[in-house]
Ligand binder design. Structure first.
Ligand code: NAD
Ligand code: SER
Length: 314
């Protein structure tokens, strides 16, 4: 990989993946692409406006920028996707198809596509969920993630297009806000706690879900991108794990640093959370490309509090 486009590059993960990749490959060699134009476009350059549903525009962007790899992050996440399933289908499935076709036609060396714990469903074993198990999600987002996992395998076996990805748990970070997922509470809650404001949590206090701190999320996808192809049995369906906690457990950990009030008012997102695992078995990722996380809940909370205090000027 020498010249990379990051689609959805202005989002929660792109905002941290892009600086990491630019550090590694050079600023000019990592192009941020998004459907929205940032106000500070000069700081973000090279930047292109790109709708991933437009295959011709993707092909032009690849050719004009002499690109050989893509990180395809553009997506509608689980909660937003249930508010507008048609948009989620359009962006997540038609957009992915356009990216894969563009990659096939231009001969890209590699495409990285994150999947999610949303690929699982109510019938999946909830604890220590195996890598290869029942995939019957009930959200449009989850359906799009299973589709992506299957298409990655298909394009590899049929065309030799090297498409890889991890099933991210909920990602926690302090630089950019999350984009409309079921796990967003685990980021929002820090802002309320540090400002001394009461937080109303949209999940039940015992809704345990797998989570990961952003540095581990960046480490995982870039490690997999660099892994020797001959070591990989799986493609875009790697379970990865770091920590699991409930809102109540997260509140207790944050209260070690700052006291704040919380009430629980579960909404439609609780049903989504109920269909996802509590914890993940990531032994395939450990075996095939040496995955291991650096952060647990305690070290994540400590780092979040330190960085967010600085960011908020507290
Ligand atoms: P995000 O919502 O923060 O960012 C998505 C970006 O895509 C946004 O900047 C948005 O403007 C852009 N976008 C939307 N529609 C587009 C279109 N048609 N064309 C081009 N750009 C478009 O998402 P994220 O959290 O950064 O997630 C990145 C990837 O990781 C997604 O595939 C997501 O499903 C996956 N993932 C994220 C998490 C998480 O907790 N953040 C967990 C599991 C998987
Ligand atoms: N964090 C994501 C979401 O809640 C999981 O894919 O949608």
């Amino acid at each position: 990989m020498k010249r990379i486009i990051v689609t959805g590059g202005l989002g929660q993960i792109g905002s941290e993946l892009v600086p990491f990749l630019r550090n590694k490959y050079g600023k000019e060699n990592v192009i941020v692409a998004d459907i929205r134009k940032p106000e500070n476009v000069d700081e973000i350059e090279p930047f292109i406006t790109l709708d991933v549903r437009n295959e011709e525009a993707i092909i032009s962007a690849i050719k004009e920028n002499d690109v050989d790899a893509m990180y395809h992050l553009a997506a509608i996440l689980s909660a937003k996707g249930e508010e507008n399933p048609q948009l989620a289908f359009d962006v997540n499935i038609k957009g992915l198809y356009a990216v894969l076709e563009a990659g096939r036609k231009t001969g890209l060396e590699r495409i990285m596509i994150p999947s999610s714990i949303a690929a699982f469903g109510p019938e999946t074993p909830k604890d220590n969920t195996p890598n290869d198990t029942i995939l019957k999600p009930r959200t449009m987002y989850g359906i799009s993630k299973v589709t992506g996992e299957l298409l990655a395998l298909y394009y590899w076996e049929k065309y030799g297009l090297d498409v890889r990805g991890v099933r991210y748990p909920g990602i926690i970070s302090w630089k950019a806000p999350p984009g409309g997922g079921t796990t967003d509470y685990a980021v929002e809650i820090f802002y309320y706690a540090l400002k001394g404001e009461k937080y109303t949590c949209f999940l039940r206090e015992d809704a345990t879900l797998p989570m990961m701190y952003m540095p581990d999320a960046i480490k995982a996808i870039t490690m997999l991108a660099d892994a020797p192809a001959e070591n990989l049995v799986h493609r875009a369906d790697f379970n990865i794990a770091a920590m699991s906690f409930s809102p109540k457990e997260l509140v207790e950990e944050i209260r070690k640093y700052v006291d704040f009030e919380v009430e629980y008012k579960p909404d439609y997102r609780q049903k989504i959370a109920d269909s996802w695992p509590r914890s993940i078995d990531d032994s395939a990722a450990r075996k095939e490309w040496g995955w291991n996380p650096d952060y647990n809940m305690a070290s994540m909370v400590k780092d979040m509090v330190k960085n967010l205090k600085k960011k908020l000027g507290l």
